[in-house]
Design a binder for this molecule. Structure first.
Ligand code: 13P
Length: 253
């Protein structure tokens, strides 16, 4: 059964104390998740260990990093290696978020290397794709995201691809309050699954959770998650409010 996932992306927000409090409040809701459901918290690097230990007794709750470097180790001041994440028990890492692509000029080719180094270190990539507004307005979103997958993921053997998590985040919906309609989300998610099936085969495509991201809120999560090819969400703003993220986790059910 394909996994369903509510993933929080805290981005560069919250003090350590605020982060602890937020996590405590969310965990206090004590939402029980089925074996095929996960809540993942992508937190800033300095909070990874704290988050991992808070989630220790909760097998369906996981911690993720928001980025890692593509090289194994070395003279890359300020960067964090996938091996370091693994060494502190981090099992997931967001790769290729549109903010990394835009503000840090991360290319599809570089992201392919990040995906590889994650897998080499037992870290599951949460690979982000999604088109900017101009591409959507020109009607070219399908080929745009297809190319992102092609250049960053198609080199993988099927057995590895099967372990991926993909997040579709249309850039025009991130932090804008403008959510894709359920039709737009379903259409793109089905397209992504078809692209994956054509390259890796149906079995692999049917295993890969495809999360939707972009102004997911407590009020719209249920409707979005109900789409056939939407397997949960990657949530920014609403994941910073305990009551909201609690509702979003519950929307998996
Ligand atoms: P918002 O939920 O704030 O739109 O952010 C989405 C996102 O970028 C998650 O990675």
């Amino acid at each position: 059964m394909r996994k369903q996932i509510a993933a929080a992306n805290w981005k560069m927000n919250l003090s350590f104390q605020q982060a602890e409090k937020l996590l405590d409040e969310i965990l206090a809701a004590d939402i029980s998740l089925a074996n095929h459901q996960l809540a993942i918290f992508a937190v800033p690097f300095p909070y990874l260990l704290m988050t991992r230990s808070e989630l220790e007794e909760m097998p369906q709750y996981k911690v993720a990093a928001q980025n890692c470097h593509q090289k194994k180790s070395g003279a890359f001041t300020g960067e964090v290696a996938a091996e370091m994440l693994h060494s502190i028990g981090v099992q997931y890492c967001i790769i290729g978020h549109s903010e990394r692509r835009e503000y840090f000029s991360e290319s599809n080719i570089q992201l392919a290397e990040k995906v590889n180094i994650c897998f080499e270190n037992y870290v599951t990539p949460i690979f982000c794709c999604g088109e900017p507004l101009a591409v959507r307005e020109a009607g070219n979103q399908n080929s745009f995201v297809e190319n992102q997958l092609k250049e960053s993921l198609f080199h993988l053997p099927a057995a590895k691809a099967k372990e991926l998590i993909i997040a579709y985040e249309p850039i025009w919906a991130i932090g804008t309050g403008k959510t894709a309609t359920t039709e737009q989300a379903q259409e793109m998610h089905a397209h992504l699954r078809n692209v994956l099936a054509a390259h890796f085969g149906n079995d692999v495509a049917n295993e890969i959770p495809i999360l939707y991201g972009g102004s997911v809120k407590a009020a719209n999560a249920k409707e979005i998650f109900a789409c056939d090819d939407v397997d949960g969400g990657l949530v920014g703003g609403a994941s910073l409010v305990a009551a909201d993220f609690v509702e979003i986790i519950k929307a998996l059910q």
